[in-house]
Design a protein. Structure first.
Length: 306
């Protein structure tokens, strides 16, 4: 099979047209998820960091399209523990697979892999940097529930410093004219570079350390995030901020009827379980949408349209 190399490392490299095209492709996969269009293809999933949703939904996507999957979910079982470099690992796996889906704890690792790899790389999360496939499923979920990506009030809550999903989302939203609120404790506020990115790309935002009723009642989307324990070097600091914001069902009494609550998951304490039965809770469906979006992303990386 002839493979056209089209890596996905950051939303920065996707035009508005390409994003909308991929969302439309994902809609087709939602209508018909089982299509044996990747028979003979081998997909590698290399997870140097833990994952439930991203790895399993990418692997399910590959399986539902008829591809075979190789890879690892624990780098401790690989020759990287013997000192093999990331470059050599990528070169080896590209001997076996047609596309590599990779999560790594180092920011920039996916970009580096794409520069040395003869096969496409899909970034499944690199440190606190980017998580582009998550953003694509977030955009899919927002568009599906709100009917549009423009003219929305989107509130990002929690760990905006280390949360790669919110960083990726801002990169994508430069193409759309929605308004953001950044709600975080001072220690976890949105990094300056992303605030400058918003200014440079005309993304309207306000920021606060208060998760108030005004904020909740004025939101179309509330995007909760977990405080990323694994990114802290000082666990005392983590303990002091880990429960800064907890969304509870009674806080949603006067929310907009179209409000949807998203979360990339996993959650720890930041959404109380009593929210799960609220019609605004959308995070489990959001994760399910990841399957259709990742079917589209794998096909796109291989130059296959449906
Ligand atoms: N949203 C997300 O990346 O979840 P996992 O860490 O379980 O893959």
């Amino acid at each position: 099979m002839s493979v056209r190399k089209e890596s996905l490392i950051s939303l920065e490299e996707l035009t508005k047209d390409k994003i909308l095209y991929l969302l439309e492709q994902a809609e087709k996969f939602e209508a018909e998820p089982n299509r044996r269009i990747l028979e003979g293809v081998v997909v590698a999933t290399l997870f140097f960091e833990p994952s439930t949703r991203t790895r399993l939904s990418f692997e399910t996507a590959a399986n539902r399209l008829g591809a075979r999957v190789i890879g690892f979910s624990d780098a401790a079982t690989t020759s990287s523990t013997k000192g093999e470099s990331l470059k050599d690992t990528i070169m080896m796996v590209s001997n076996y697979a047609d596309v590599i889906i990779m999560r790594h704890y180092l920011e920039g690792a996916a970009r580096y892999a794409s520069e040395v790899s003869p096969v496409p790389i899909i970034n499944a999360g690199d440190g606190a940097n980017q998580h582009p496939s998550q953003t694509m499923l977030d955009l899919y979920s927002i568009r599906k529930t709100q009917g549009r990506l423009d003219d929305l009030d989107i509130t990002l809550v929690g760990d905006l410093k280390y949360g790669r999903t919110v960083h990726s989302m801002l990169t994508a939203m430069r193409h759309f004219s929605s308004r953001f609120r950044f709600i975080a404790p001072a220690e976890l506020e949105m990094p300056q570079e992303y605030k400058e990115y918003c200014c440079a790309n005309h993304i309207a935002y306000t920021e606060s350390s208060e998760f108030s009723y005004d904020v909740i009642n004025g939101s179309d989307i509330i995007y909760m995030t977990r405080v990323q324990k694994e990114r802290f070097t000082n666990l005392m600091e983590y303990e002091s901020v880990k429960d800064s914001f907890i969304l509870r069902n009674q806080m949603l009494k006067n929310a907009r009827p179209n409000l949807r609550i998203l979360h990339p998951l996993p959650r720890v304490n930041e959404i109380d379980q009593d929210v799960d039965s609220n019609p605004a809770a959308y995070y489990f469906q959001q994760a399910k949408n990841g399957l259709y979006v990742r079917e589209a992303l794998i096909c796109h990386s291989l130059g296959i349209d449906i």
